[in-house]
Design a protein around this ligand. Structure first.
Ligand code: SF4
Length: 373
């Protein structure tokens, strides 16, 4: 039986989209009343929440003693330095072409980013839709390519669909690097570390659309912490934060779904089936969190022939260098972006030193763009 409760905004507030201003005042007043003079720390796991909280300046209207911490919910940001170093070495050793999504090209590894390969004249292509990789490989049959698969549960179905098409077409020059990550195990790792004492969690809306609210139940009950799944409009987030605070103050734990127009208890079965047709669960290396068991996806036996690591094993060992970027600490919520000594000085969106400043969902970029005053 589902232990997840659903809460509809309209059932609790006299709200319609025309009266947003009134709603905002009403709910912010209620949040202030709930918070009082106590201090609370809640974490948003999802990078889109991070971005939208900053973009709509929600911190400026919420009480200062309610702290919103950003977590490891930006898939580009959590890509480990080792993995960027690996792609660079893979290309240098085997002269592969790289096909990937935009942000990842500028993410620094421990030595350089993929833009360094471009500067060397290597073939690094950015696509918006991974299916474009098939056209690229078909038009360049004499060259081998690696499609870099980045993303959480939300993005993986699209990549799984691409891999099924690659197999159906019998392409022999397009390979795959799976850097996919699964979010619940990372949440468990954060809670286990106890580095930041969290009172409640803003559950990811997009990811939960795929994996369902049921994926968070065991975590909420084991760690006795409330999760509220919420949408991304400002009214969604304010309402979700209000519900979360209510649960924290009443010492209730469990999962509450306030994103009813998108998230279901079971998630999206079609998308989940697609994922597990192609991938199986493996460990994954997260920037800032290290290797987390069962938090990644690798190609299953049916698709192993496309695994770039098996087809082009590296001959050299990669030595990762330590950098001054503190993205790892930012991603664990251990520091805020402006507590990094490089923030807004050596590190800006025009000269990023870490992925949290590169990605549109990164917390450093969100703070730099919307919260510098
Ligand atoms: S400000 Fe730049 S260097 Fe510092 S943690 Fe963020 S991305 Fe890394």
């Amino acid at each position: 039986m589902s232990l997840v409760k659903t809460i509809n905004l309209n059932s609790m507030f006299n709200y319609d989209s025309q009266s947003f201003k009134l709603f905002t005042k009403e709910i912010v007043d209620k949040i202030k009343e709930l918070v009082g003079d106590k201090e609370y720390v809640i974490m948003e796991f999802c990078g889109t929440h991070t971005h939208e909280i900053s973009r709509y300046a929600l911190r400026s209207i919420l009480p200062k003693n309610l702290e919103l911490r950003s977590g490891p919910g930006c898939p580009v940001c959590v890509t480990a330095e080792e993995d960027i170093d690996y792609i660079i070495n893979l290309v240098l050793e085997n002269d592969l072409g790289v096909i990937t999504f935009g942000d990842i090209v500028n993410v620094p590894g421990s030595v350089a980013s993929l833009s360094y390969l471009r500067a060397m004249g290597k073939d690094v292509k950015v696509v918006y839709n991974p299916m474009e990789s098939i056209k690229i490989a078909e038009n360049n049959l004499n060259k081998n390519y690696v499609l870099v698969g980045i993303g959480f549960e939300t993005t993986v179905p699209m990549l799984a669909h691409t891999l099924i098409n690659i197999k159906q077409k019998g392409l022999k020059n397009l390979f795959y690097l799976s850097l996919h990550k699964l979010t619940p195990p990372a949440t468990i790792a954060l809670l286990n570390s106890n580095e930041v004492k969290l009172d409640g969690i803003i559950g990811p809306g997009h990811v939960s659309t795929i994996i369902g609210t049921k994926a968070w139940e065991d975590i909420a009950y084991k760690y006795k912490i409330p999760f509220v799944i919420m949408g991304f409009e400002p009214q969604d987030m304010l309402f979700g934060i209000y519900v979360l605070l209510e649960k924290i103050i009443n010492k209730e734990y469990g999962v509450w779904n306030t994103y009813l127009r998108s998230v279901r208890y079971e998630g999206n079965k079609t998308a989940l089936d697609l994922i597990f047709k192609v991938f199986r669960i493996s460990s994954a290396n997260w920037r800032g969190l290290g290797i987390i068991p069962d938090s990644g996806l690798e190609l299953n036996d049916e698709f192993k022939e496309y695994d770039v690591k098996l087809r082009f094993p590296l001959t050299k060992e990669i030595k990762v260098r330590k950098t001054a970027c503190r993205c790892g600490d930012v991603l664990r919520g251990a520091i805020k972006p402006y507590e990094c000594p490089l923030f807004a000085k050596a590190c800006k969106p025009s000269s990023p030193k870490g992925p949290c400043m590169v990605s549109s969902e990164g917390s450093c970029a969100a703070y730099y763009l919307y919260e510098m005053n």
